[in-house]
Design a protein around this ligand. Structure first.
Ligand SMILES: Cc1cc2nc3c(=O)[nH]c(=O)nc-3n(C[C@H](O)[C@H](O)[C@H](O)COP(=O)(O)O)c2cc1C
Length: 193
């Protein structure tokens, strides 16, 4: 299958996660292109889409939302998956729960689009990314800086997508076989289609 993995990334960690997902899907035999949302061309020849965005201020980056709004029709008619990259693992447990509520808000913003799966990953959190007020806030709530990406979890999610796509291919192969058999049966009994 031809899969497009598109991403919106401010500081690069979402881009690296997207490229890792693309690589894992390639290893499963798919033809995969990975690109920033702004560079994605026509979706005409694409069979499935994986879209990811960094989370800033509890929302996807504008370019990810714009991609969805511009390509709503094309996205809704293909299997698609979404992921968000935020900082839940950089926060202490009590605050992390609040960060996880962002996921529902993000899915709601997709409106009537229903991804086959959505995953929230933690990304890279550096003091240089934040203005002073946010650094003070993070300090007060016990936030940490670092690279929180969980590569085994990212790989596992990519393989889940591959499994679902393979399942879809198998189903359609089974459907083709059934149709061919019905055709044969009709020919042998001489009944009209
Ligand atoms: C200005 C700013 C706002 C952020 N707001 C949120 C947020 O609301 N929720 C969250 O989970 N992470 C937030 N983060 C953390 C980023 O999502 C995280 O650093 C992520 O790895 C960024 O991805 P990127 O490197 O692809 O830009 C914010 C980061 C920045 C710089």
């Amino acid at each position: 299958m031809r899969i497009l993995v598109v991403y919106a990334s401010a500081d690069g960690s979402t881009a690296e996660i997207a490229r890792r997902i693309a690589q894992r899907l390639r290893e499963r035999g798919h033809e995969v292109s990975d690109q920033p949302v702004g560079s994605a061309g026509s979706l005409h020849d694409i069979d499935a889409i994986v879209l990811g965005s960094a989370v800033h201020d509890r929302q996807w980056l504008d370019e990810a939302t714009n991609f969805v709004n511009t390509n709503r029709q094309a996205v809704s008619s293909r299997p698609f998956w979404t992921f968000s990259v935020g900082m839940p693992d950089a926060l202490p447990k009590a605050v992390r729960k609040i960060a996880r509520t962002e996921e529902d808000a993000i899915i709601n913003q997709l409106g009537d689009l229903r991804p086959r799966g959505h995953q929230l990953f933690s990304g890279v959190v550096k003091p240089s990314q934040f203005p002073l007020a946010s650094r003070i806030f993070l300090h007060l709530v016990g936030g940490r800086y670092g690279d929180f990406r969980d590569w085994p979890a990212i790989d596992a999610w990519a393989l889940e997508i591959a499994d679902q796509l393979d399942g879809a291919a198998t189903m359609s192969d089974a459907a083709k076989t059934r149709l061919a058999k019905q055709d044969n049966d009709r020919e042998s009994t001489g009944s009209a289609p």
